[in-house]
Design a protein around this ligand. Structure first.
Ligand code: ASP
Length: 439
């Protein structure tokens, strides 16, 4: 018999988690969940956290070393990276704007939010303490913090992810610059390590249905105690959160990219959309930009008329570093969790989220569930309780499917833009989907 697709298994895990949670609440058997179900949720979260550092390290080094030389970074590279950064930052802003308007986390009653913040008062207190310490330091301290004095120390703490990213970029660029036969095995070693760590993510994801089940059951029990009304409240609020992410992703696809393409290339969006639709479907069902890459390249080259030279550079790079859907989601998720814990984020803190969500989406591997792992960094940098991830884990797989569609749509849009810019520079012909007046 054919095995059920993972996303269906996760959906079943979610539904069962809710049902079992409600039964335990109604029967007053909350302690059973604490003793026998909740630990599996904790193990699942730990497993996600444990791969964060190696995932970033290997996937970034692999991405950079796939460039043939550093000057390639400066011509097509700088243009591509610039536009990629722009779209990612716009996506986080969009997410932050929406979540500040819809305020899904505030839909928890005052009482529930108080309970949250009391329950995690210790962690929050710790973080506030840390925040105060940071405030007492000079204005350039964040910059100093990016450059570690001892990189092995950075590897030992997920909080030091920016240092890990810094080291990975430095290391990758140096490998590209050395270009000697002796560095070739090192490059291959990192390619191999990257494959291995991605496989570990796949293995962890096999347990996602059980993790989701345990987290959802224990979350309902934790929040509701013996009060079923509270459980219904949680599900309603999660629905609002998922709606906010979905709205943001929809706006990216149907408003932002069409405007961007119209303004910069006069490309016919309907033709663009039809051309990449197969890749979008692939992204939806695999939740992986990396797995979708061959289809994306095929669609962009054969259906949109982009040259192989541009597509083969821009798309693989984009699959690794450009994740507009992921960054939008991280912005929404971070603020949602903060709202749920009754933390009011200042404009400065939200701007911090823009930076970390941009970096975190760049560092996220193009595989299912990578976005939520990197969310740990965004939360830790913004001093939002990481435990809050438990709140959003349940609907994550479905949101992952949708944000992956946005990720590859963003890559394809930028690919068309870069092709157009290069064609203009070289005075060559126009793309298939461009309107006549654009020539
Ligand atoms: N699954 C996404 C991708 O492959 C990454 C994420 O988890 O957001 O693009």
């Amino acid at each position: 018999m054919k095995k059920l697709a993972l996303h269906w298994q996760i959906i079943i895990g979610m539904v069962l988690g809710i049902i079992v949670g409600l039964i335990l609440i109604m029967g007053g058997w909350g302690q059973f969940s604490n003793d026998w179900i909740k630990p599996f949720g904790t193990i699942f979260i730990n497993a996600l956290k444990l791969v964060a550092v190696p995932l970033v390290l290997f996937s970034l080094i692999k991405g950079i070393t796939s460039l043939s030389d550093v000057s390639q970074l400066s011509s097509m590279g700088s243009r591509t990276v610039g536009i990629y950064l722009f779209t990612t930052v716009v996506a986080v802003f969009m997410g932050l704007l929406l979540v500040n308007i819809t305020q899904p986390g505030k839909a928890f009653t005052e009482e529930t939010r108080m309970e949250f913040s009391q329950k995690f008062a210790e962690t929050t207190g710790d973080k506030t303490q840390q925040a105060r310490q940071v405030k007492d330091k000079g204005p350039l301290q964040p910059l100093i913090d990016v450059v570690p004095g001892n990189v092995f120390q950075s590897f030992t703490d997920n909080k030091n992810m920016l240092q890990v990213i810094f080291f990975a970029i430095l290391f990758g660029v140096a490998i590209v610059m050395v270009k000697s036969p002796v560095t070739e095995p090192v490059k291959q070693l990192f390619d191999g390590l990257n494959e291995i760590i991605i496989q570990i993510v796949h293995i962890i994801m096999i347990f996602a249905p059980y993790g989701v089940f345990a987290l959802l059951t224990s979350l309902l029990v934790d929040i509701a105690g013996d009060d079923p009304q509270k459980a219904t409240e949680l599900l309603g609020v999660l629905g609002q959160y998922a709606f906010t992410v979905t709205l943001g992703l929809t706006l990216m696809i149907f408003v932002f990219y069409p405007i961007l393409l119209m303004v910069t290339t006069k490309y016919n969006y309907k033709k663009f959309f039809q051309g990449i639709f197969p890749a979008q479907m692939m992204a939806f069902s695999t939740s992986s930009s990396a797995a979708t890459l061959p289809v994306t390249m095929d669609c962009v080259e054969n259906n949109l008329g982009v040259s192989n030279q541009t597509a083969s550079f821009v798309l693989p790079l984009g699959a690794t570093v450009n994740m507009d859907g992921t960054s939008l989601y991280q912005g929404v998720a971070a603020v949602f969790i903060a709202q749920a814990y009754g933390l009011d984020l200042s404009i400065g803190q939200q701007l911090g989220i823009v930076i970390t969500a941009t970096l975190a989406s760049i560092g996220a591997a193009a595989v299912p569930g990578a976005g939520i792992i990197m969310l740990v960094i965004v939360l830790e940098q913004a001093k939002i309780p990481v435990e809050g991830i438990a709140l959003i884990l349940a609907p994550d797989r479905i949101l992952d499917m949708m944000r992956t569609v946005v990720n590859i749509t963003g890559d394809s849009s930028v690919c068309v833009m870069v092709e157009k810019a290069l064609a203009k520079k070289n005075g060559t012909g126009k793309l298939d989907g461009e309107s006549a007046e654009a020539a």
